[in-house]
Ligand binder design. Structure first.
Ligand code: HEC
Length: 289
């Protein structure tokens, strides 16, 4: 009885500590348990509670040895009296662990005997039994829901969520005025945008295209010949997604913002028709602009 009580107490204390951690720490619910500090703290409390229980056990044993037989009988009586008063507590304990096996009950042995191993015919503890029934019910519900009536599985959930996210992206694109991509990009002509485009170009692109766009490793960006298309949308797409594989023009959409790519594209278009110092020979097809 005492051991059961201390198990329950321990469980209660640990749950309480966990709930407090969950409440105090500002993280998404359920993730707190994986925080190493919380785990360490819970383990510390666990050790503390165990040592507390052990000390109580030792003290009780010492007290037991100090009492005379008469005192012990009187104590037993008092305990029994108290147990009668604690009827609900007793019932709950009985429900939890089943009726205590009396010495007579222990004699209820099964008939079989395997190499001296015998079996006791004790009733199962209710908590175990009801848990077992619960798993049966769960199994039936699960079978019905997923296998007979086609409840949605993880794959379907994933697809649903992806579709929802796509929709959200679409509505975001429509509502966010500042959002640019290759479908709605326009040429910027104001001086400050072109200035930003120029400085971005000098930082990121000039090594391959030259400061004046005349071309080196990358093609000449000032002529009317384009490999990947010379309108604002094509240029935006080339910068965002990169050139043909293996040519050296990488996708910049991971390191540059859409607005920056728009400024760069506009700046490149503003270079059209200028005369660079060392122009590279035209590449691609002639596009009259
Ligand atoms: C490592 C060298 C390198 C860097 C850096 C580089 N490019 Fe390029 N770029 C290239 C190459 C090579 C090509 C040709 C791609 C192909 O042939 O598919 C190219 C092609 C292009 C084109 C298409 C030209 C056409 O004729 O269709 C544009 C526009 C362009 N780059 C702009 C940029 C911008 C803007 C940056 C900076 C954000 C940049 N590039 C940085 C090497 C580079």
């Amino acid at each position: 009885m005492r051991t059961i009580e201390s198990y329950l107490r321990m469980l209660l204390i640990m749950t309480l500590c966990y709930l407090i951690a969950e409440w105090v720490i500002d993280e998404p619910k359920g993730t707190v348990l994986f925080n190493p500090y919380v785990l360490g703290f819970l383990f510390f409390i666990f050790l503390l509670v165990i040592s507390f229980e052990v000390i109580i056990g030792v003290l009780e044993r010492i007290a037991d040895q100090l009492t005379t037989p008469e005192q012990r009988v009187a104590l037993e009586e008092a305990k029994k009296q108290k147990a009668l008063e604690n009827k609900w507590k007793k019932r709950f304990a009985e429900w939890l662990i089943g009726k205590q096996t009396t010495p007579e009950a222990q004699l209820i042995l099964e008939d079989h005997n395997y190499d001296g191993i015998r079996e006791l015919d004790n009733p199962l503890p209710p908590w175990w039994l009801y848990l077992f029934y619960l798993t049966l019910i769960f199994g039936v519900v699960y079978l019905g829901y997923y296998h007979l009536f086609g409840g949605s599985d993880q794959k379907q959930n994933f697809e649903q969520e992806m579709a929802m996210a796509k929709e959200q992206i679409e509505t975001y694109k429509k509502t966010a005025a500042s959002f640019v991509d290759e479908t709605n990009v326009t040429v910027l002509t104001d001086a400050s945008s072109l200035e930003s485009g120029k400085s971005l170009f000098e930082i990121h692109c000039a090594i391959c295209h030259q400061n004046d766009g005349g071309g080196a490793i990358g093609p000449n960006l000032t002529d009317n010949y384009w490999i990947l298309g010379g309108d604002i949308k094509s240029i935006f797409l080339t910068i965002a997604k990169g050139g043909r594989p293996g040519k050296g023009m990488i996708a910049w959409n991971n390191s540059l913002k859409p607005q920056e790519i728009q400024q760069l594209s506009s700046f490149i278009l503003s270079l059209n028709g200028t005369t660079p110092q060392n122009p590279k020979a035209p590449e691609g097809t002639l596009i009259n602009q």
